[in-house]
Design a binder for this molecule. Structure first.
Ligand code: SAM
Length: 325
């Protein structure tokens, strides 16, 4: 359905857990994900009811995320229900790849069309620093299995972090030459763990074009500006929420693992869906879509200097593992 700014909102990012098997420095506290009570997290039945209600409000595409969705018990059944829900035509899942050897074929059979695999670096030392784990090989094995499983599309998402993974950009770019995989470089957003980080950590996605000036621009795909190396198998995309905001084309809402609807990632506005059923649930989702802010709080002007922003405080200050990236 259309929101008040004539945007067609048809994309739901649904977090099914806030737990993760990695502890990325910009996403999860060093001490790990704070423990939530089992009953604080949406049950499978609640997830199903919310997705069906969202579909009745015009949601067609669902991205299952977290936390790490593959550590959620019953993830295959959750995917199967969502893929079979009336009105849902596309189901994607975002993962760090570690558990893909166990789950890839089950996900495909359950109806997951596309995978996004988060991989910020191919350098082991940098990977260990970013994720606080030594699991690069497992993640790469996950990517390999995903490619062999034959999903409609596989994207590798790399968040750019100043002083950390810039020197590894070319190795990630190389993936698109060797495999039919799309690599997306994403600007780090000042959320949760990294909200107060120094300005130098926030790198413009333009750095990718400086690394590889031979990339040829080929158009847009959603919020990604696309490029390609001549004769490459996959594309390269730049996602630039900070240096060039894309609120006018935003088409999504988010629901956290504890049942909170966030109409905008960067707004403190939150609507609790738990305990709502039937028409009441649908009406609240419709109102949330209509009430989606025109621009997020990081966009005071048309183009912001990187990180000249006020971090959210209080309950709006959630980490991405809670919101669902
Ligand atoms: N565990 C899954 C994964 O690793 O893809 C799904 C959840 S994770 C929160 C989803 C995505 O959010 C990851 O690609 C991660 O890099 C990204 N992310 C987390 N915090 C971010 C931030 N502050 N700015 C930009 N992207 C962020």
């Amino acid at each position: 359905m259309k929101d008040n700014f004539d945007r067609d909102i048809h994309y739901l990012r649904l977090s099914v857990t806030d737990k993760c098997n990695l502890r990325c420095i910009y996403c999860v506290p060093e001490t790990g994900v704070p423990k939530k009570r089992h009953e604080d997290i949406l049950t499978v039945e609640e997830i199903n009811e919310i997705v069906q209600a969202a579909a009745s409000c015009g949601i067609k595409k669902v991205r299952i995320t977290g936390g790490e969705p593959l550590v959620r018990r019953g993830i295959i059944d959750i995917c199967k229900f969502i893929a079979g829900a009336d009105g849902i035509s596309e189901v994607c899942l975002t993962t760090n790849g570690i558990a893909l050897p166990e789950f890839a074929s089950g996900l495909k059979a359950a109806g997951v069309n596309r995978l996004n695999i988060s991989l910020d670096t191919l350098d082991r030392k940098t990977y260990n620093k970013i994720t606080r784990t030594d699991l690069l090989e497992a993640a790469l094995h996950g990517v390999d299995i995903a490619i062999k499983t034959g999903f409609d599309a596989i994207k590798i998402n790399a968040v750019l972090i100043g002083g950390m993974n810039e020197s590894d950009i070319w190795r990630l770019l190389d993936f698109t030459k060797k495999y039919k995989v799309d690599v997306r470089f994403i600007e780090l957003m000042p959320i949760g763990e990294c909200a107060d980080w120094a300005k130098e950590k926030f790198v413009s996605s333009q750095i990718v074009l400086k690394t590889a000036p031979e990339l040829v621009e080929t158009g847009m795909q959603g919020v990604s500006k696309l490029y390609k190396f001549p004769d490459a198998l996959g594309t390269v995309g730049l996602i630039s929420p900070i240096s060039s905001h894309f609120c006018p084309t935003c088409n999504r809402i988010r629901i956290t693992a504890d049942g909170i609807l966030k109409p905008c990632l960067h707004s403190a506005e939150e609507i609790n869906l738990r305990g709502l059923h039937g028409d009441a649930l649908e009406n609240v989702i419709k109102d949330a879509i209509l009430g989606k802010p025109e621009k997020h709080k990081l966009c005071r002007g048309d183009r912001l200097p990187l990180t000249n922003h006020p971090p959210l405080e209080g309950k709006g200050r959630r980490n991405m593992n809670e919101i669902g990236g």
